[in-house]
Design a protein around this ligand. Sequence first.
Ligand code: GAP
Length: 468
Amino acid sequence: MSSSTTSPTLDEIVALSKRRGFVYPTSEIYGGLANAYEYGPNGVELLRKIKNLWWEFFISKRSDMLGLDSQIILHPRTWEASGHVSSFTDPLVEDQVTHKRYRADHLIESWLSKHSLDNPPVVESMSVQDMSQFISANNIKSPDGNPLSAAKSFNLLFETSIGVVADESNKVYLRGETAQGIFSNFKQIVDSNRVKLPFGVGQIGKSFRNEITTGQFIFRTLEFEQAEIEYFFNPKDTDWQVLFKDWQDKMWQFVTEILGINPDKLRWRRHEDSERSFYSKDTYDLEYQYPFGWKELWGIAYRTDYDLKQHMEFSGRSLEYIDPLTQEKFIPHVIEPAVGINRLLLMVLCDAYRPDAQRERLVLELQPKLAPYQVAVFPLLKNKPELVDRAKTVYQLLQNNYRVTWDERGNIGKRYLSQDEIGTPYCVTIDFETLENDSVTVRHRDTATQERIKINDLEGWLQDKLLR
Ligand code: GAP
């Protein structure tokens, strides 16, 4: 196939996701809900595979890493200690006529992309006041053309309450990041495991943010899954810059080698001093070129000992580590690589999207290990019981070791096209020749070429291809 090298548009990705059961709009029968999506039967397979690969690469295969599954609702003091209650905010402006709300920084970025200034401001570094001034000095309007309010800080934490009385004393938050569950469990993890610094704790779980930006599909949602690592070390023994670089290399390796993403679409961006959180000594974003531009996929920050110190102060409990050899007592420092699983999935879909030059045939060139199904099995004709029965035996045989799908609808060409769109690497067809010599037609997704393989050799052949 001569495939098109043009990157997909976001609309194409959204359409494919819905058509092929990767991602649906949430609550569609009720008119949907902004910034919320469901993962359909193929999406959930892809999501699981990405999570499993992350877990295997960063936790299971490393002797210096442990896993954790902490709660979504933690003690509310956690979020006071972490600074989220006071400063986990986005700059918000309101359309004075429609009362729709927008991120001030995003409106300024969009204005800047259409106007060339001699000295454009670095938007990430602007304070809420700077943004208000810039909006009014340049007469920036809302997307509906109306005047905007002054910018103000809007807290992203979702609040709820425990029990029947919804007052201040029962107020809790849905976690805004999984990281804080790792910090607040640090002491219990050290006490209950034979771990020695440096070591890390990773977890995958849902986080919640009251995001007001719309229109970026699953890139920015109210509810999303994070995969976060807190890697603890003694800054006297370990050079943080070497460790930081090592983690950057691991992130790059995971994305390019394990997920097979095109490195030309990836780049590092270092945070400006003014943009960085005050507790972080250095922060980089690994950015991917999404259909709406270069955006943060994965962040890595050197958070020093800030979080453990804060939790010590707010809980009154010691979170110090005692070195077993020297008996030195200190608060470990931490490097944090934090990624959103949903952003990984969006990247994987965008990177694998290959329409042919006429945009008539679309192939999702997923790595075989990521494809929702590794094999599809078809009887050539559904009204020939001898073909259907033989195909069922092959289907059951392959099911022992692979995720296999079955299709007997319509003509064979349409079945191939439908498997191409969900990224199934191999289709196995049972035809009349099968009945004569026990061979099947195996069709390759990426080249659309076909070859005949004996049923007895099929499992070994697939194993060889799929495990590469
Ligand atoms: N513990 C650090 C932390 O949470 P972050 O940069 O705010 O840092 C980490 O989030 C990662 O989580 C981001 O790089 C991104 O991949 C993902 N993420 C953040 N907000 C998100 C949202 N609203 N929707 C989807 N993914 C999000």
